[in-house]
Design a protein around this ligand. Structure first.
Ligand SMILES: Nc1ncnc2c1ncn2[C@@H]1O[C@H](COP(=O)(O)OP(=O)(O)OP(=O)(O)O)[C@@H](O)[C@H]1O
Ligand SMILES: [Mg+2]
Length: 250
């Protein structure tokens, strides 16, 4: 999926075999034009590089398109401390406000009340941990949250509302109506955990068999049909990346 139309493409990472084999940086990109399903799921065990990847991906997304962004972050991870103070950054107990804002926008577009069509993206760091803690506190409220997330996944593409989530393991229970299938971009970083692969890449087990991935390496499955082995690059200018993200959330 190499293409020169940078305005519609988002670089996810680099071809792992080319990177390791002959130090070539061959970009693996995904289509983020309105026609494409660009909901993104990022999984992997603790320390596999999810947050690092998400942060870099967020900055690249902002550069690639002019959109509206909301960032919900349950864990209070130090990697995102620099976003505290931004008006569209929602930490810890306030993450559900981000969902409500984006979900109402989806509804307003669906009813025709809102005729805008610029991309609106909700980034939700550690979605599963957030939802599981809510299940323990209030099952009914958790079900409402999961249903809203599912609706965004099911209807978002046609209404230009996108969801980007990270979590360690994307258990089906947090995605009612089979909505987990609606992620157009699935990334699994680090160790190839069989149960996660079986959930997300059932038709690609053979292709991935025997592969060993280090931190910030893994698989990217695009539109349930193309599998890539990717290496996440290192951010060259973290200060610049942070400035871009802060501006987009302020
Ligand atoms: N591509 C990379 N280049 C340089 N450092 C990286 C890269 N990916 C991850 N790291 C570093 O590795 C460590 C673990 O990464 P990260 O915090 O993103 O993992 P995680 O999957 O989000 O873990 P957790 O589930 O515990 O939140 C961090 O210190 C991070 O800065
Ligand atoms: Mg993390």
């Amino acid at each position: 999926m190499m293409n020169s139309d940078a305005s519609k493409l988002l670089t996810l990472g680099y071809d792992l075999d080319a990177w390791n084999g002959y130090e070539a940086k061959i970009s693996i990109t995904t289509d983020i034009s309105p026609a494409a399903n660009s909901h993104i799921l990022i999984c992997g065990m603790s320390g596999s590089g999810k947050s690092y990847f998400e942060n870099a991906l967020f900055a690249k997304l902002i550069i690639a398109e002019s959109g509206e962004y909301h960032f919900a972050e349950y864990k209070g991870d130090d990697s995102f401390a620099y976003l505290r103070g931004c008006s569209r950054y929602y930490a810890y107990k306030t993450t559900l406000q981000a969902l409500d804002v984006v979900y109402s926008r989806l509804n307003a577009r669906q009813s025709g009340e809102d005729e805008s069509n610029h991309p609106i993206t909700l980034i939700w760091e550690e979605y599963m941990a957030d939802v599981l803690s809510l299940v323990n506190e209030d099952k009914k409220a958790a079900a409402v949250v999961m249903n809203k997330v599912s609706e965004i996944l099911l209807l978002g593409r046609s209404l230009s509302v996108r969801l980007i989530t990270t979590m360690q393991r994307p258990d089906a229970v947090a995605f009612p109506s089979g909505s987990r299938l609606n992620y157009g971009v699935v990334i699994v970083l680090g160790a190839a955990i069989k149960s996660i692969y079986e959930m997300l890449l059932p038709d690609f087990m053979e292709q991935a068999k025997g592969r060993i991935f280090e931190k910030s390496e893994g698989v990217a499955l695009l539109q349930a049909s193309q599998l890539y082995f990717i290496k996440v690059g290192t951010v060259q200018n973290s200060e610049r990346m942070r400035q871009i993200c802060v501006k987009a959330l302020s």
